[in-house]
Ligand binder design. Sequence first.
Ligand code: UD1
Length: 350
Amino acid sequence: MKVVTVVGARPQFIKAAAVSRELRKRHHEILVHTGQHYDYEMSGIFFDGLELPAPDINLEVGSGSHGSQTGAILHKIEEVLASERPDYLLIYGDTNSTLAGALAASKLSIPVVHIEAGLRSFNRGMPEEVNRVVADHLSNLLLCPSQTAVDNLATEGILHNVHQVGDVMLDVLNWARQRTTGNRSEILERLGLTPQSYVLLTMHRAENTDDSARLTAILSAVNSLAEPVVFPIHPRTRKIISGVNATLGSHVHLIDPIGYVDMVAVSAGARLILTDSGGLQKEAYWLGVPCVTLRDETEWVETVDAGWNVLVGAHRSRILEAALSFVPAVAQKSLYGDGCAAARCVELLQ
Ligand code: UD1
């Protein structure tokens, strides 16, 4: 079986680490990096740290408006698919790279396999929501992390070739934990922090970074926290924050984006995670860290229902109240599968 896999943004490198390892045991994979993320801290660091094979092809599209970025990827992927003629195109998640891959393959009648299918925020203002809805409707095999995702697809009339496989990010988290046992990350020492004594913050969603009222409210809440805050900053957010000359308190450790193993260490040691990331909401749950989500809705509703995640939007008072007083549920149940999702994805592909 010959599979072309398309990745382009940070969370896709993480997901591909689990699936590529499994796929390459028996099949031929051509890994295409679109170049949507290109800084070493956003891209290369994940290939090195997760032992992901180097991309076979890099389309080097770089940054741009949504239309021009998606269009550039579409144009270049079509050429790759037309010459490689794979049995399947494999895409992940909800980025512009996902959308472009789905469009290019379906127009060449190459079956599309979507990992992390069926997620919905029901907010069409998010570019990711548009990308995932279109990608799902163009996919021939839809691999879902949860029953909610399967149900979302059914509501939209997608009933065939839909499978609940669990979340491949749990496979990667387990892999990283095994690899780092006894060989711990030194990032907390470098930051001069001890476990349970700080908050971890990440923020990069356009709805927060590109809306000055929301951005100001979030930064104001963060500045009012009394404990250290570790903030590995996405380049999008860094540019916007420096553009508006926003100042952050001296308790905020503003650092460059970090690799996966360091991120797991910083997440696991945090007293609380404040984030607008999708992946981090689940990692917080799996690591047993309470999560306060800087969004008005989430695709990962199970983490909220389980009592470990609370949605506070971008309201200063709600962020502060949750950061200071949110107490998670006493017990946890297992969410998003058993950590063997990648093997299941490959079996279904076969
Ligand atoms: C993208 C995905 C989002 C995912 C996120 C993970 C879309 C629509 N969004 O958002 O779903 O959660 O990646 O990080 O595809 N930039 C750099 N260096 C880089 C990459 C980006 O400086 O290596 C800057 C560029 O100025 C770019 C901006 O960040 O314009 C945004 O990058 P882009 O890839 O468009 O979207 P993300 O915000 O990263």
